[in-house]
Design a protein around this ligand. Sequence first.
Ligand SMILES: [Ca+2]
Ligand SMILES: [Ca+2]
Length: 102
Amino acid sequence: MLTDLNRDAQLEVVVTRNLPSLAQIGGSREYSKSEILSLSWGGNGMLQNWKTDEIKGMISSLLVTDLNGDGKQELIVCVNKSPGIAGFWRDYRSVIMSYGLR
Ligand SMILES: [Ca+2]
Ligand SMILES: [Ca+2]
């Protein structure tokens, strides 16, 4: 996702990264942890602006919007808590989180 999060007229790249989990050792290709990074172009390469803590689950969608109408944008993250085949056997759960942006 390419967006100007901090409104300095330069675009940032927001990416999600799924982190390998123990389940992969057993041959599963599913991920159980994720994180979100914001990168911007620094002349010689991409610089990391910030990243979130590890998020348990698989990020299914990202959205930047002013959720509460205070004029500042939030990063809205939709996380699937039980991805993969295991999800069929449990309650299928998604959570939505929001991060304030400076
Ligand atoms: Ca910016
Ligand atoms: Ca807001």
